[in-house]
Design a protein around this ligand. Structure first.
Ligand code: CUA
Length: 330
């Protein structure tokens, strides 16, 4: 329910409800929007041209009595046929050339683009900034970008197919395991713009949200510094608690004792768990470490092996934070 509410707030801000498209916030929207409106209004006009006469003809030339025969039969009209063939052809050619030009622009990032690496996984996005040496991650993660700078995303998936969609930027691209896909945009408005996963990827697909925060170059610099400082000096339990939310652990593990997809964290520490192969294991730092790295090995009896691996995504400091957080939930 919470997810749906969050989603509604993002999809239907009041200013979107009365326009056909969400507010455009990228250079691509300047290309895409006029074409969209052109095709849209063209379709409405054509629809009217077909539907209104058709409705009128149905009424005007209806059968008026039993066994009524047609008095005349027209089977050819040169002018009419040329008009309805050439007219649409001209419009189709316009759509094609205009669309092709926009397509090239959508898929060819400028050379001076700044590259960010995006990793999709069940059910969150991780974005790495190679130049700044930071990374952000988690459900609802805020992805900071500087205004007016072309950004190229190099995207890959850890598990299944996801899709990175930013309605305000008019860009969307599938993220497929085992290959890289790219997407680029240049934002031209300061603000926060929602990102959706648009490929059904499992249980928490609708919660796989993020926000792109477009900032002035100065604010962007400040944001980067904040990201660098953020986790330093946080006590381990607090760090673990933060990761519990940011890394999406909360999607499957409760902290109040209720059973979700995986075992609850409450009272988990020190517990003896039965594995699917009949052996048993005590939940200690070793076990938690192993579950984070190789989650599908040694699964607890009664659960399905659906947990994603966090190999290469958590530092030892972070893992120890998670351990301390679980330990604290007596
Ligand atoms: Cu990821 Cu839907």
């Amino acid at each position: 329910m919470d997810n749906i509410k969050k989603l509604m707030e993002m999809v239907l801000p009041v200013d979107w409800m009365f326009s056909l498209l969400p507010v455009g916030a990228s250079t691509q929207s300047i290309d895409v929007d006029p074409l969209f409106h052109f095709v849209y209004w063209f379709s409405i006009v054509v629809f009217m041209f077909v539907i209104i006469p058709m409705t009128w003809f149905c009424f005007r030339y209806r059968r008026r009595s039993e066994g009524q025969r047609a008095l005349t039969q027209k089977d050819h009209n040169q002018l009419l046929e040329v008009t309805w063939s050439v007219g649409p052809l001209i419009f189709m050619a316009i759509f094609f050339v205009w669309g092709f030009y926009g397509f090239l622009n959508l898929y060819l990032p400028p050379l001076e683009s700044k590259e960010l690496k995006v990793i999709g996984q069940k059910w969150m996005w991780t974005v790495q900034y190679p130049d700044e040496e930071i990374s952000v991650s988690g459900q609802g993660v805020v992805i900071g970008v500087p205004l007016g700078k072309p950004i190229r995303l190099l995207m890959s998936s850890q598990d299944v197919i996801h899709s990175f969609f930013v309605p305000n930027f008019r860009v969307k691209q599938d993220v497929v395991p085992g290959k890289y896909s790219t997407l680029w945009f240049e934002s031209n408005k300061i603000g926060e713009f929602p990102v959706f996963c648009t490929e059904f990827c499992g249980d928490q697909h609708s919660a796989m949200l993020a926000k792109i925060k477009v900032m002035s170059p100065d604010d962007y610099k400040k944001w980067v510094t904040e990201q660098k400082e953020k986790d330093q000096g946080l006590p381990p339990v607090k760090l673990g608690e933060k990761l519990y939310h940011n890394k999406g652990c909360n999607a499957c593990h409760s902290v109040d004792g209720s059973r979700v997809i995986g075992p609850t964290f409450k009272g988990l520490w020190g517990k003896s768990e039965q594995l699917t192969d009949g052996k048993s294991v005590t939940v200690d730092a070793e076990r938690i470490h192993q579950k984070l790295m190789e989650p599908t090995k040694d699964v607890t009896a009664g659960y399905v092996p659906v947990m994603p691996s966090f190999k290469g995504q958590l530092s030892e400091i972070e893992i120890s934070g998670i351990v301390e957080f679980i330990k604290s939930l007596k």
